[in-house]
Design a binder for this molecule. Structure first.
Ligand SMILES: C[C@H](O)[C@H](O)[C@H]1CNC2=NC(N)=NC(=O)C2=N1
Length: 115
């Protein structure tokens, strides 16, 4: 499990810098299952998680929601039967911050705990 899972989000302001391409490469190594996608012109981290059924997917969704509330940093989550798609990005900077990599790693840890 990456050391990012031990970290918490830092308070992030609208003028916080987006991660550089080099930082994306380095941080991306800790969350290899995640893709960088661009939606509405904003880069986001995305991963699709497979679960046994809807109830498991719902339970995982709630765990991710709890993580988000605890860090005041929130994802987009699509809940489907046996599948949860999570996207992390920082709304106030319109792109990726280190916080999003931290939350992706913590999302992976929550998923591993359910296996
Ligand atoms: C007012 C509140 O603290 C802010 O809107 C927080 C809430 N959660 C957030 N979540 C994400 N992903 N990005 C943000 O910029 C953000 N800002």
């Amino acid at each position: 499990m990456s050391e990012l899972t031990q970290q918490s989000c830092e308070a992030c302001s609208a003028d916080a810098p987006k991660v550089t391409d080099e930082e994306k490469q380095t941080l991306g190594k800790d969350v290899p299952e995640w893709q960088v996608v661009e939606l509405d012109g904003e880069e986001q981290l995305q991963r699709v998680f497979k679960l046994k059924n809807f109830a498991q997917a719902q339970a995982f969704t709630n765990k991710v929601g709890d993580l988000a509330e605890a860090e005041n940093h929130h994802p987009a989550i699509l809940l489907e039967y046996g599948k949860v798609t999570v996207r992390w990005w920082t709304h106030k900077i319109g792109g990726l911050h280190k916080n999003d990599y931290i939350m992706a790693a913590r999302t992976d840890a929550a998923y591993e705990e359910m296996q």
